[in-house]
Design a protein around this ligand. Sequence first.
Ligand code: DAK
Length: 258
Amino acid sequence: MPEFILVNPQVAPFVAHLQLNRPKELNALNLELMLEIKEALIQLDADPKVRAIVISGNERAFAAGADIKQMAGRTAMDMLKIDQFSTWDSIRKTKKPMIAAVSGFALGGGCELAMICDIIIASETAQFGQPEINIGIMPGAGGTQRLTRIVGKNKAMELVLTGTFISAQQAHYYGLANKVVPIEFYLSEAIKMATLIAEKSPLAVQLAKESVLRAYEMPLQEALYFERKNFYMLFASEDQKEGMAAFVEKRKPEFTGK
Ligand code: DAK
């Protein structure tokens, strides 16, 4: 049984909820918690009853970053040997869509975890930041890269170099948060968004997610080629036949993921 997370595989039809649960430490991401997230996501990714995953913390904190107390005494060689990147890489490779429901602090590794998710729903109280600079380091799990691609170079520089936080409204303005809602709705709104996605063909969702992510990782021409292959591939699915037949017959499609 995991110690630092709670997993509900069916918080809504085809939607799972993974909650970070280290509230006293503001969900600081120690190695154990990260491994638990990794293992849970591997299981949820393989579960055909799950089509979308909501990741949240609690009202006070999504996650206040990597566990500074655990990291404080480490040497470069310790960091190399621990190889946390394999954990983060595994999380990043989750095929199903992940929606971060962010309330309170999403800092450092917490902001990076939210950015690995595909969509961010923020409560009005959310604060995002990459404050690693305040403790003599810099972002190490994609913060300088994903944040820059999302908010642009100058705003990313400001956040990464000054360590200051931005509010949910600012995060929304800069395209980091998809939506800002009152605190009482941040989780339900994320579940609602996940449910909307979970109603689609899971194959189409998976390939569409994969294709959008290629926009970050490949030159345009190659990424367009990748998109095209995925597009063709979906015409081999029963869901494509069902989706188009349902449109023609004026009924709701029933996607099976085949
Ligand atoms: N680590 C450990 N404990 C933390 C923590 C953290 N990041 N953040 C908060 N806590 C703990 C506090 O120590 C405190 O514990 P006690 O003293 O009560 O035992 C408790 O949570 C409540 O925090 P505060 O008392 O400080 O609460 P406040 O409301 O006054 O302040 C705060 C909230 C979020 C502004 C403040 O706690 C804070 O500044 N926290 C640190 C934020 C931060 O610097 N985050 C970045 C950490 S560095 C990597 C991947 C990722 C990373 C690195 C490597 N690899 C793949 C290699 C990521 C690095 C980081 O995130």
